[in-house]
Ligand binder design. Structure first.
Ligand SMILES: Cc1cc2nc3c(=O)[nH]c(=O)nc-3n(C[C@H](O)[C@H](O)[C@H](O)COP(=O)(O)OP(=O)(O)OC[C@H]3O[C@@H](n4cnc5c(N)ncnc54)[C@H](O)[C@@H]3O)c2cc1C
Length: 459
């Protein structure tokens, strides 16, 4: 994304009007405030505004629109393209808007979008209830939900958006809209998978499921081609209660990994069986049986514990992409292992997620996320430090993607980077794009919300 020229931001006016906090370049904490999850994005916003309420959100939206400032909307800051920060523009940072109101009897919750996935899950978990989010506790509920949300409950309950019941959205004209199936249904459809294109979601309302105990945790196996194909086959065969996220990578030098396996290929699977403990053990047994585990931490736990455990160091930059495919073709597992050997990245991983189940039962046209029949998501990533090494890691990722894609090009918007029109074509079928551009024309005709996988307003 090219840097925009610095905009003259009336910082003192902004401060005077605000209930939250403005952090400008000369303020303490600016360097922390401008940074995002991927530490390699070295951008310098004119102001980071930690909004406190919807009035603040409206003020910032109105200001950015009126003065033509580039506007970065940030919940958890995990965008692979660094869309949560900007050079010279304004960051609307929702991290202080992080309340979760649980209606335990009604089985619903309202969440302010700056809350992190782990904190949301802890809050609902206090009532033995859950909404499926992703695999990482620090991802923002705002960003993941608007992308779709593929996590530990995807096969049992569907995507996060399948549990989204409503939203409060501040659109480009600064107005707060109540959005659901009946009020602005077109916008409600677009929010469920269309990303941050249509406004700032301040609060989201979710359905909650009675999920307290799961059989879950991490299982690490030595990665051979047989283990990789066996894992995918077993995950496909498993009951829908089981969802798993497996990374094929080099074993980190963690204390629980036997020293002789450090740096060797492993399949590290995070799994959750949302159901009866005995049935869970049975469902996971075929995966455990693929090889003698190097680490086996899968056991009956409370669901929020899926998000506990040490967080690794934040990566500077990531090359790669994701693809939605029918399955692993012959030779794919070998290609994954060969590429793992040739990567010069700080960390390279191929992530495998078997989908289906409840996610696949929602009609394609019910939400902006339309790739409902995708059988698997594969995520290829190479983490690296030096921006000048990008071509090498991009070429590595492209080579692996070519080997695995089987001619298919669909993708999940949540794991795309700065992919432009090609990304839009991969994330949405043509009929969805057409509908999204029409909703964009209606709610953001000036394309104020453009730091995202950008949908152009219909002309
Ligand atoms: C380590 C890691 C693990 C991940 N794991 C998963 C996973 O398991 N499952 C999954 O589905 N995805 C996963 N993702 C992808 C993630 O869901 C997306 O990158 C998501 O957009 C990040 O949301 P965020 O709020 O943290 O990021 P941000 O950078 O804050 O937001 C990303 C974009 O979303 C939009 N946005 C965010 N909040 C709002 C809002 N309140 N209103 C309007 N627009 C908004 C903006 O366009 C923004 O640029 C992962 C990403 C990372 C880096």
């Amino acid at each position: 994304m090219p840097a925009t020229p610095p905009t003259e931001i009336p910082i003192s006016d902004l401060r005077a009007d605000l209930n939250g906090k403005v952090i400008a370049p000369e303020d303490p904490g600016y360097d922390d405030a401008r940074g995002v999850f991927f530490t390699g994005f070295d951008r310098r916003p004119a102001a980071v505004v930690r909004v406190a309420d919807v009035d603040d959100v409206s003020r910032v939206v109105n200001l950015a629109r009126d003065i033509g400032a580039e506007l970065a909307v940030r919940s958890g800051g995990h965008s692979r393209a660094g869309h949560g920060t900007t050079d010279g523009g304004i960051v609307l940072d929702l991290s202080e808007m992080n309340a979760v109101d649980v209606d335990a009897e009604g089985r619903t919750a309202w969440a302010q979008t700056g809350v992190k996935a782990g904190d949301y899950t802890t809050a609902t978990g206090a009532h033995g209830l859950a909404t499926g989010l992703g695999d990482t506790p620090t991802v923002g509920v705002g960003g993941i939900t608007l992308s779709g949300g593929i996590g530990f409950l995807v096969r049992k309950n569907g995507l996060t958006i399948d549990d989204m019941l409503g939203a409060e959205v501040i659109t480009a004209d600064g107005e707060l809209l109540e959005v659901d199936d009946e009020r602005h249904p077109d916008l409600f459809w677009a929010l469920r998978g269309g990303g941050g294109n249509f406004g700032v979601a301040a609060r989201l309302r979710f359905r909650l499921h009675e999920i307290d105990q799961v059989v879950g945790g991490m299982l690490m196996l030595p990665a051979t081609a047989e283990v990789i194909t066996g894992f995918v086959a077993a995950a496909e065969e498993a009951p829908e209660e089981l969802s798993a996220v497996a990374n094929v990578m080099k074993a980190p030098p963690m204390p629980f990994v036997p020293a002789e396996h450090h740096g060797k290929p492993v399949l590290m699977a995070l799994m959750a069986y949302a159901g009866n403990a005995e049935a869970g053990e049975q469902a996971i047994a075929p995966i455990r049986a693929l090889a003698a585990p190097l680490a086996d931490m899968v056991k009956p736990i409370r669901y929020p514990e899926m998000y506990e455990g040490p967080e690794g160091p934040r990566p500077p930059l990531a090359a790669g992409t994701n693809m939605l495919i029918d399955g692993l073709a012959d030779g794919s597992a070998e290609a994954i292992l060969d590429h793992l050997e040739t990567s010069t990245a700080m960390m390279a991983a191929t992530q495998l997620r078997v989908l289906g189940g409840a996610m696949a039962r929602v009609p394609d046209n019910a939400t902006a996320f339309a790739h409902r029949d995708a059988k698997m998501m594969v995520n290829v990533a190479a983490m690296y430090q030096d921006p000048s090494d990008a071509p090498e890691h991009d070429a590595w990722a492209s080579s692996l993607v070519a080997a695995l894609s089987d001619g298919q090009s669909s993708a999940y918007v949540g794991f795309l980077g700065d992919d432009g029109e090609e990304g839009v074509r991969r994330a949405y079928p043509p009929v969805t794009v057409e509908r999204l551009t029409e909703v964009k024309r209606q709610y953001d005709p000036g394309n104020l919300f453009r730091l995202n996988l950008n949908i152009q307003p219909a002309s």
